[in-house]
Ligand binder design. Sequence first.
Ligand SMILES: Nc1nc2c(ncn2[C@@H]2O[C@H](COP(=O)(O)OP(=O)(O)O)[C@@H](O)[C@H]2O)c(=O)[nH]1
Ligand SMILES: [Mg+2]
Length: 197
Amino acid sequence: MMIKTVEFVKSAVKPSQYPEYDFSEIAFAGRSNVGKSSLINTLIQRRNMVKTSSKPGCTQLINFFLVNEMLSFVDLPGYGYAKVSKKIRSQWQPMVNLYLSQRQNLLGLVLLIDIRRDPGKEEFDMVDWLESHEMPYLVILTKSDKLSKTKQQKRLLSICSQMNREKDSVILFSTKTKRGRDTVLGEIENLIDWYNE
Ligand SMILES: Nc1nc2c(ncn2[C@@H]2O[C@H](COP(=O)(O)OP(=O)(O)O)[C@@H](O)[C@H]2O)c(=O)[nH]1
Ligand SMILES: [Mg+2]
C-alpha cells in the first residue's frame, strides 16, 4: 500500500465525538509506551504526526487519522501504565470498550506487545474479546532492535507459546530499522481486501 496523504482528523473520548465517516478503520492498541504512536508514524512515514512520548501514559484520547482519504487509523489510549492516576486508569476501560463495541466501521485491530515483555492480562483479555467478536487482528512485537537476533527469536517463540499462536502469525517490528513496516501494511491491506470481498 502506498501512503499518499495523511491527515489528523480529531481526538475523541466518547462515541458522539467520533468522526462520522464510514471509511474502513483499523485501530492500534497496546500498553503505554509500547511504541504505538511510533509505529503509526512509521507506517504513514511522518516523523511526528502522531505524538510520541518518552513519558508514558499521556495519550488518553482516541485519535483518528485519515490515510489516502479512504482508510482510517485509530490510535487508542495505552493501558496499564502504573504511574498514571487512578482516575485516568479507571477511564481507560470504558472508553476503549465503548469504542470497540460501538464503532461500526472498525475492520480490525493491531495489537502491539513490547518484545521484551510477556503478554499480560490486558493482552489476553483483548485477544479474548477480539476472538469472541470475530474481529480480525494482528499481533506485533515492537522494539525488536533492542534485542540481539538470537534473543529476538527466543522472545518470539516464548510469546507465541504463551499466546498459543503460530510464529508466522506474529510480526517483528522496529521503528528504528523500519523492520516489519511493509509486512504490517501488507497485512492491513489483506484485511481490507478480505473484508470487501
Ligand atoms: N529502540 C526503539 N525505541 C522505540 C521503538 N518504538 C518506540 N520507541 C520509543 O519508545 C518510546 C515510546 O514510544 P511511543 O510511540 O510514544 O509509545 P506509545 O505510548 O505506545 O504511543 C519513545 O521514546 C520511542 O522513541 C522501536 O521500535 N525501537
Ligand atoms: Mg502514543
